[in-house]
Design a protein around this ligand. Sequence first.
Ligand code: 9MR
Length: 378
Amino acid sequence: MKAFRALVLAVGSLTWAAAAAQEARTLREAFEGKFLIGAAVNERQFTGADTAGVRVLKEHFNAVVAENCMKCQSLHPEENRYDFTRADRFVDFAEKNGMTVIGHTLIWHSQLPDWFCSDGKGGNASPELLKRRMKEHITAVVGRYKGRVKGWDVVNEAIEDNGSFRKSKFYEILGPEYIYLAFQYAHEADPEAELYYNDYSMANPGKREGVVRLVKELKRRGLRVDAVGMQAHLGMEWPPVDGFEKSMLAFAGAGVKVMITELDLSALPAPRANVGANIADTAEYRKELNPYPDGLPKELSDAWMERMGDFFSLFLKHRDIVTRVNLWGVADGDSWLNYWPVSGRTDYPLLFDRSHRPKPVVDRIIREASTVGTEKTN
Ligand code: 9MR
């Protein structure tokens, strides 16, 4: 009887999977009930100028992150002046298209206007002044989009690859407390919003341990933290899939969900090993660092498809802990990787090519996603 029931269940789920496989034609359909599938959106997209990009966004994605317009430098260029024009348009764009909005990012050492951590006389702001500014900024930004932004990258890139705290201005002035305060202020401004810690090079053992320590400390202090964002700026040689998986499991083990927040896979040679996403780490243009201006050779393109596909298989395997997978851009031509770490290169890091056509791996991802169930533990 038991065996018979198991057989009926197995046949049932096979039929279900087959039906789903036939039905899903887009990424958003394929991941329905599993996790959100998102993309970082630039100004040409949320203003509608990039019509091809918008078409892909609407067809395949159900979540969006502002690539730049919600950063401190854009929103709060001077102490007494906010500029919400672009961010408002971005949120309107998302809502009009029924997309979940994720906020990026409240406290980050980069794209931070000079005034924020300074006393205006060439020195650092005092701890009290910096706390007040952080609170005002976070309260104004999170408060403005209360109920409209599902979750915020509260603190971005605060841990070094060796697990120690990044010696940013915030850290220099307040020590690690600035991180705890940022989470506290964000929660006070919108108690319903999810709160995330976001960083790159997360497969590095040192970074993994540092982030786990941080999550545990946030929890020990009774602060809300819903997920760790793993940026996932990948290269062809690095990081290893199993090292990445180890970090996913370590973060989940610390009691949070996992989000893949800035996924892209560079096909180009890295100017040095283990390149992360530290914007300050740039290198001079050399022709040999830009070997494929007119397209990838078949062998490399196949290897790229396979590696990208393998990462999606990993995310699907852990769909019980993954709540969102977000690409850092829509089509290859949009990507920051054409400018970093070497400016003026032609890279191929995203799921859609320069003509906005889906790459072959998109089919594989949709097929695979359609054949696994939606059962989740969250
Ligand atoms: O993609 C973003 C690029 O357009 C900006 O010039 C850059 C400036 O800081 O930031 C890029 O996005 C970064 C993200 O906000 C945080 N993680 C690393 C991303 C790539 O640099």
